[in-house]
Design a protein around this ligand. Structure first.
Ligand code: PRP
Ligand code: URA
Length: 212
């Protein structure tokens, strides 16, 4: 039996190849962002695999035919600020009509607990599909709190996409939200004493935005 039934690790060779450069501390900020974009697009391909399709009629230059569309105007991408922003460009490139609804949360450096500082109002959340995005699932505190917020707002159909997950975070998240599938590029070894993922990639937000 799978250790974490709600976790899908997409260890496609291209993703593993790019993740190697993402992890490397000598990768520049510019390359880091470009690689996050590329892996974000590849993970989006996987996480949207089971989205329902609706039949539509289209007229090609030759004849009418039945084609299929996803309900992109009811698909909501929820980046967990800040680092989740790193995935937004690639998803919007692939699905330009999606809605982007931000949740601002940071992990208190002392307590390691998530602190919410920004949320967007939700309209008809029960009718929408949500993909929450954040490169890092460490203790899982931030992701659990963000999904708590989405569910309290009325969201029901939620998926979570990250780059690197720690076993501790997957366990906490799966306990709190067993109905929310997690898609990751890697399941790493463990957390260190500062709740950073090992081997991880360091602080994703700092590497994306040049802060520290
Ligand atoms: C990072 C990361 C996650 C969170 C994961 O954000 O982007 O949101 O930590 O840690 P957790 O699973 O232990 O909650 P951070 O709080 O560093 O904020 P930032 O995105 O603004 O850098
Ligand atoms: N947040 C990060 O950005 N990196 C970690 O390893 C843990 C939390």
């Amino acid at each position: 039996m799978k250790q974490f039934p709600t976790l899908t690790v997409t260890n496609h060779p291209l993703i593993q190849h790019k993740l190697t450069y993402i992890r490397d501390k000598s990768t520049s900020k510019r390359e880091f962002k470009a690689l996050i974009d590329e892996v974000g697009a590849l993970l989006t391909y996987e996480i949207t695999r089971d989205l329902p399709l609706t039949a539509v009629e289209v007229e090609t230059p030759l004849q009418k035919t039945e084609c299929h569309k996803i309900d992109d105007r009811n698909l909501v991408i929820v980046p967990l600020l800040r680092a989740g922003l790193g995935f937004v460009d690639s998803i919007q490139d692939l699905i330009p009509n999606c809605i982007v609804s931000h949740v601002g949360m940071y992990r208190d450096h002392v307590t390691k607990e998530p602190v919410t500082y920004y949320t967007n109002e939700m309209h008809n959340p029960g009718e929408k599909s949500f993909i929450m995005v954040d490169p890092m699932l460490a203790t899982g505190g931030s992701a659990v709190a963000a999904v708590d917020f989405l569910k309290a707002s009325g969201a029901r159909d939620i998926r979570f996409m990250c780059l690197v997950a720690a076993p501790e975070g997957v366990e906490l998240f799966a306990k709190a939200h067993p109905d929310v599938p997690i898609f990751a590029a890697a399941l790493d070894e463990k957390l260190n004493e500062d709740a950073y993922i090992l081997p991880g990639l360091g602080d994703a937000g700092d590497r994306l935005f040049g802060t520290n």
